[in-house]
Design a protein around this ligand. Structure first.
Ligand SMILES: Cc1cc2nc3c(=O)[nH]c(=O)nc-3n(C[C@H](O)[C@H](O)[C@H](O)COP(=O)(O)OP(=O)(O)OC[C@H]3O[C@@H](n4cnc5c(N)ncnc54)[C@H](O)[C@@H]3O)c2cc1C
Length: 329
């Protein structure tokens, strides 16, 4: 039987599709929300923010991750930054321009309505992150800084040094912990989803292995959110965390979910197998080094003491006496 692709994008004009849908959708009353259970698999930027938001809305949420703490998801690896159409630089940015650039950057393969919605809510996402305490870079006057990133013609990237993903996840993790403490979210770290339970064509639960005891455990819910991230470890060489193994996505695929666009896998130059002496594309200059200078400590203990006592300034230490320890080979 041919696979029927239904992305369930609402009807209407591109710019209004999701706004109209949100305005017309049936809502659940606060009294009923707490009777509904939702499972979220994954605690990266996708899963942690979904679980925290659903918990805050009043649903009963169970959130699962492989790692010993939700905040160890691979989202922490993201360096460059997060785009929003705030137009702070007055360089003619707009929701439409962010939408257009994203469609183009996605090789015209992304779903237009969903990308438009992403561009539309991008400004609120930055506001929410700031509200959660994410320390985005600021200009000296205190305003949020923006840089042009990934070849964009406008400056719309919000960033936190070279550790934007880490800082964003700390924000999402704090929001998640608030809900865990309030009792609306129950956290299951060290649990790997092994199977998804389908009833009448709808996802109603998961089977997970408790990675501490080895026991198989089952969990039921009214809905299941899969936010299990990428699958870099299916390749022989990968810089991804070991939990980026595709195990949850594969189980959904086995139960009938579609799998699309493996061509969207991002390749890191260090993972291209060596095949010759003249090959140069095996290193990637770290984004943190590119934008925020380099980190060094004095090589000699005398210099350390001199700096501590104030007898020398950092600028007095000669280049050859500096240890750029992050760049050691
Ligand atoms: C080096 C690097 C730099 C990047 N830079 C940028 C950037 O500058 N800007 C940008 O927008 N994006 C960037 N990205 C991409 C972006 O960071 C990721 O797409 C995003 O963070 C993924 O979030 P996620 O929540 O989907 O997945 P993840 O953060 O990978 O989280 C997946 C979660 O699912 C859990 N999980 C997986 N399988 C199972 C299972 N079977 N059972 C239970 N739990 C499971 C894991 O434990 C984890 O908690 C970068 C990515 C990398 C690697």
């Amino acid at each position: 039987m041919a696979f029927k692709l239904d992305s369930k994008i609402p009807a209407g004009e591109l710019a209004q599709k999701w706004s109209n849908h949100k305005a017309a959708i049936k809502v659940v009353s606060p009294a009923n929300k707490r009777k509904l259970d939702i499972i979220v698999v994954g605690t990266g930027l996708g899963g942690a923010s979904a679980a925290a938001s659903l918990g805050e809305l009043g649903y009963n949420v169970k959130v699962f991750c492989i790692q010993d703490s939700p905040r160890r998801a691979h989202s922490i690896a993201a360096q460059g930054g997060i785009n929003a159409a705030k137009n702070y630089r007055n360089d003619n940015d707009s929701i439409y321009r962010l939408f257009y650039d994203t469609i183009k950057g996605g090789d015209y393969r992304a779903r237009e309505a969903n990308v438009y919605r992403m561009a539309e809510v991008s400004n609120c996402i930055i506001d929410q992150c700031v509200g959660q305490g994410v320390p985005f870079a600021r200009e000296y006057g205190g305003m949020l800084d923006n840089r042009s990133f990934g070849g964009a013609q406008v400056s719309r990237t919000f960033y936190a040094r070279g550790q934007t993903g880490q800082q964003l996840l700390l924000g999402a993790y704090a929001a998640l912990n608030k809900e865990i403490a309030a009792g609306s979210v129950k956290s299951y770290p060290r649990h790997e989803m092994l199977d998804i339970v389908i009833e009448d064509g709808e996802a109603r639960g998961i089977i997970a292995r408790n990675l501490v005891t080895g026991e198989l455990e089952r969990f039921g819910a009214h809905a299941v959110v899969i936010a299990s991230g990428g699958y870099g470890n299916v390749f022989f060489l990968s810089t991804n965390a070991m939990a980026s193994n595709g195990s949850a996505a594969f189980q959904c695929y086995r139960k009938g979910a579609g799998f699309a666009n493996p061509c969207f896998t991002q390749i890191h130059p260090t993972c291209i197998p060596v095949h010759g002496d003249q090959q140069s594309k095996l290193t990637l200059m770290s984004e943190s080094l590119r934008n925020d200078g380099r980190i060094w400590v004095p090589k000699k203990i005398e210099d350390v003491k001199a700096l501590r006592s104030g007898a020398k300034k950092p600028s007095d230490i000669a280049e050859e006496d500096r240890d750029y320890y992050l760049e050691r080979r």
